[in-house]
Design a protein around this ligand. Sequence first.
Ligand code: PMP
Length: 413
Amino acid sequence: MTGTWDAWLDTRARVRERRGLTRTAGPAPGAPQPSAAPIDLASNDYLGLARHPRVREAAARAAVDHGVGAGASRVVTGTHPLHVELEREVAALAGASIALVFSSGYTANLGVLGAIGGPRSAVVLDEHAHASLRDGAALSGAEVHEAPHGHLPALGEQLTRLRAADPGRRLAVVVESVYSVLGDAADLRALGDLCAEHDALLVVDEAHSLGTVPEGSCAAAAGLWRAEHPGGGTTAPVILTATLSKALGAQGGVALFGGDPTRAAAWRSHVLNTARAFLFDTALALPTAAAAAEACRLAATGEPAARLTRRRALAEQTLLRRSGLAPHVEIGAGAVHAVRMPSPQAAVAAAAALAEDGVHVACFRPPSVPDGVARLRLSVHADHGEQRLRGALEQIASRAEAAWGAATGPGAC
Ligand code: PMP
């Protein structure tokens, strides 16, 4: 007789399988053909820094000189000069004044959201906010609300209602600068104004933008920390979070604080002293901290971001030129473009077939995206060779066109 847990496990696996939602965590599938060098359009190594010689060397040197593990939490004995150096470099890259490094982007979001939660806090999340922001909000003890994706008038109404219901409560708005799957960008300047108007804190997750824009971060590009607010009024407090594992090619996470130095220092101290995901987590491994700091220095030159911009334009032109595919192409504001697929199963099959040709793309299905959504996600990297990139995009376009050609009926999502 099977027990209740076995029966439950079996049912869950069969439901996942039927919906095309089963995942594995093995190495990327597919053996590249000898004729085509593999191309990585799946990972988040947007600037091609994960294997950059200077980044590798920095990690290796730190391992030899200092060892690997930090050995303890940052507030016990885990803080090493390499963490301090990384915080200086990442703040400089982002246009922030100070930073607090976490062991991942996920824990940075848990930590920051946890630090602003508690009684009389209300957090309004964009409905497409990343799982780590949602989890952080859920654990924070704040009242949690959701705003329609990117809809500022609806967000404004929500803030007005929340403020009227309790004038003394603390409000926070939580968004991403560039959304991870759909690739669209938030209007940070308008969000900064809205938050200032409603006395709300603005939390921006820059996971997909840190290092990919000439100003280093979208918040800096939008002037969120400028002393003189473009609207002439007060500025909203702003906290950025980001991962060091995407454009910076390493690992780790960060909370960034800017604007008035006293206010920035007060916020950093508050997060350091209250974020459980900071206090009770072992500090970032030392080779990783050294690698991330070196990646920040490379990214801060602006050269990798400029190359990424040129590759993105190439991808955009190549995908949109195919008239059969153009209606299904979503051009992103950052490094990511997406191709809508008729179903999760079609997306999985296309990604597997492309992998066999050496073209690695990401396949997005629920729960990474809302129900009914299936996408091939292409992240263009600064170090992609132009000719190989063009060829790979043509292969993707052909597979996607074939999938749409084979799709029937209104079930296509
Ligand atoms: N926020 C966003 C928007 C992300 O896409 C990710 C990574 N998928 C994270 C946070 C988490 O970052 P990390 O992988 O460093 O934990």
